[in-house]
Design a protein around this ligand. Sequence first.
Ligand code: 3H9
Length: 678
Amino acid sequence: MTNPIRTERHDNVLVVISDNPPVNALGQAVRAGLKNAIEEALGDSAIEAVVIRCDGQTFFAGADITEFGKPPVGPNLPETLDAMEASDKPVVAAIHGTALGGGCEVALACHYRVAVPSAKLGLPEVKLGLIPGAAGTQRMPRLVGAEAALPLVVGGNPIPAKKAEAIGLVDTLVGEDSLEADAIAFAKSKIGQPVPRASEGTANEDGVRDPDIFDRFRASQARRIRGFDAPNAAIEAVKAAGQLSYAEGVKKERELFTKLMTGTQSAAMRHYFFAERAANKIDDVPRDTPLIPIKKVGVIGAGTMGGGITMNFLSAGIPVTILEMAQDALDRGTSVMRKNYENTARKGRMSDAQVEQAMGLLTPTLSYDDLADCDLVIEAVYESMDVKKQVFSKLDEVVKEGAILASNTSYLDIDEIATATKRPGYVVGMHFFSPANVMKLLEVVRGEKTRDDVLATVMKLSKKIGKVAAVSGVCPGFIGNRMLSKRQEQANELIMEGANYWDVDDVLLEFGFPMGPFQMGDLAGIDIGWHRDPTKVTTIREALCAAERFGQKNGKGFYDYDEARNRTPSDEVKQIIADFAAREGKEQREISKDEIRERLLYPMVNEGAKILEEGMAQRASDIDVVWINGYGWPLYTGGPMFWAQTIGLDTVVAGLEKYELPVSAHLREKARGTGKFD
Ligand code: 3H9
């Protein structure tokens, strides 16, 4: 392997350059190269300053995650960085792209940091279930203060260079195209001055003067960090920076880091990191498949779904023509979109000019002819095969050749929809999740005839509009809803057998889901699709509607709601369920939370195994990506399939057998074999 680190001399400045594509991860060879380069600089009296920069798309984007969990090979990152900081010749980090995690820690160990305006800096370790492990939690607060460090270390979101400059993380911004030259000039200007070391900084004293900032920050993040171990450890580490000496603080950081690194949450979140990236790749579609340029998009339907879908493209700067059947529906849809953008602007996440820019890209129309020159048309109309086929046949007539025709159906057969056109190769499913402008998941449904370039284009486009995409084959409900139906089946069955419906919801909340199925029913409205005949009661939902319990909208559904929408379990509903079960001849009994959890989740894993066996998902990790991004499965368990492996596939099989539920051949085989799906 060639050495990823090289050095170049510019007069009395040694420029140390890393070339380790794609993201200059700090693998062993990079660390060793950096350490040697510092030794070279220190041992050479002609060198008076050092600049560290990277080739390629970015400054170091972090430790090499693929090395985690493997036996460590020295030098480790902390010792490499200590050697760097100890230098009495000024060391300058010259930053472009993303200085993340260990990369940001490299920058913190340098005496100075210069960055181009487009650069971003951050400590995203919490997103991998970790905290920074190379003194980032100790140097950062000492350099910028605990209050400014908390969102960086605990939240994990990178900040732009300008903001980094404002908080003192970056010393100066330099020319976008003259990073190296400017960094060298900057380094020269510092020769002969005592070097400032972040480890010796005192900005962290803000957390000593006002120790409440930690609890205040924790409270402000309560909803976002519920269930996650790393953010609390991150707060503890930043707090320690104000309470302990630097050396003791680093020790504390190491303890917390090691505990997280060997725990199940980080393993799950690292699995997810690679799963998300793998999901965007389609095994039998060559990487160099030419893409279809998407310059203009058409959306059919300006309802909640069509509007949400449209906003994704407008926000990404892609013009959209939106079609409705009637002017008032079109006007309503357009004004909802505007209102959504204006709300975002009110929260400060968008400027008024950006609102106008996005809305300026929208063309409302009542005529199919206006879709003729779109490169992609997505229909989001009523879920009926007949209606969808009519729409596709019309699209086939009017939309130019070579354009992609996509359906947002959540369960209908894409292959059958494609028969309504003379171009089935250009037909694909793009299943967005509601609210479509917010939810990250895009299930891309690959029809039997869908062309490679269509698939490759849609996968690429998904990234552009900020979605996480996973491919599903054609089967009822695709990956997500197909598995959801198994959970719902059990939820209904459990309450018929006597489980408290609030226990069912609570089990899922305790597991880490944002909401249980009965809460969800109340939120969506129990009367959706109700026949409105209170004398006809064939399901529990119909029984609730007959009792005028429609959900949150009238203050009572499965739960009773107060003005603040807090829910309380209802005795009346418990009785309605018991009466209904008695009429159906179901005996009720007490059911434990353990049984509830196992019966809700194990059948989902079993269905996932069947989806894999049938080739409807490419890999088990794609199923995890679907459930984490589309259905609120807790990220820190890694998704249903990874979680099943963590608790043991044999445990899942035994559980299903105990409850006399079906076990697929595939699940059985994997449980008997490696205990892994892939
Ligand atoms: C850390 O630093 C811990 C330290 O505190 C402690 C040390 C003791 N390692 O995302 P992309 C791969 S923890 C290995 O598609 P983009 C990625 O898998 C780390 N591989 O590109 C993909 O491979 P493939 C903290 C990595 O342009 C390819 O690079 N740092 C790493 O959309 C391209 O990635 C982070 O968490 C890595 N660190 O986005 C940053 N990073 O082509 C993680 C990427 O085979 N990285 N790969 O699928 C990112 O956020 C994004 O990759 C980045 C580029 C924004 C940099």
